[in-house]
Write a protein that binds this ligand. Structure first.
Ligand code: CO
Length: 216
């Protein structure tokens, strides 16, 4: 069997299962989407947004890139964010990192990987801003895990600092930004407690002060 034929066959079996469970499923979804979450996650094949949240098509608007980085001038990301916030009025944004992230590891090791080095510089910046905290940790594994968490925190702050989110809060729109981390070993998400519900929860400068650390 050719690989593409395999894809199509699995697709037909899946569509049939969904239709068997709910004959109206595709017809209703085709009319409109009303997702509850915008997911900003890593491209890693082991961290698929819908599946790990246990949600079907229609529930999650998704943006993924290597190491879940939020860059202020990334037009691709900003377009996703603006559509999610301004048009779909999604009330919750999740920035989700994962332990064992290859992008975070490459940045930490300063291991050249080609063009992607330029992208991973953003994570090197995160590591540099938190050098003292990371150096105080006992071993390489602990440092890497903490850098994955700090990367989530900083990218969540970057989401909060976009004009899109700032404007939404200014006009009184309900919008919260949350930081989660996923463990490949057991499939479990942890809420890092980096939650922002308004501009008062966001430090002006990344690395200075804390985004509110109370559990969401
Ligand atoms: Co990753």
């Amino acid at each position: 069997m050719t690989p593409m034929r395999d894809v199509l066959e699995r697709n037909r079996a899946w569509a049939q299962r969904m239709a068997d469970e709910d004959p109206n499923f595709f017809r209703e979804l085709a009319e409109a989407q009303h997702p509850c979450y915008l997911w900003i996650g890593c491209s890693d094949s082991r961290v698929p947004a819908n599946q790990i949240m246990g949600l079907p098509p229609g529930e999650v608007f998704v943006h993924r890139n290597v190491a879940n980085v939020v860059v202020h001038t990334d037009l691709n990301f900003l377009t996703v964010l603006q559509y999610a916030v301004d048009v779909l009025r999604i009330p919750r944004v999740i920035v989700c990192g994962h332990y064992g992230c290859g992008g975070v590891r490459a940045a930490w090791d300063h291991r050249p990987v080609g063009l992607a080095d330029n992208w991973l510089r953003h994570i090197e910046d995160v590591a540099a801003r938190h050098e003292a905290e990371l150096n105080a940790l006992p071993d390489e594994g602990a440092k890497l895990r903490r850098l994955c968490e700090l990367n989530v925190r900083e990218q969540a702050i970057n989401v909060c600092r976009t004009t899109v989110v700032q404007e939404a809060w200014r006009r009184g729109q309900t919008l919260s930004v949350h930081g989660l981390v996923y463990a490949l070993q057991d499939g479990l998400l942890t809420d890092l407690g980096y939650t922002a519900q308004g501009p008062e929860d966001v430090p002006k400068i990344p690395g200075a002060g804390a985004i509110a650390e109370a559990p969401a």
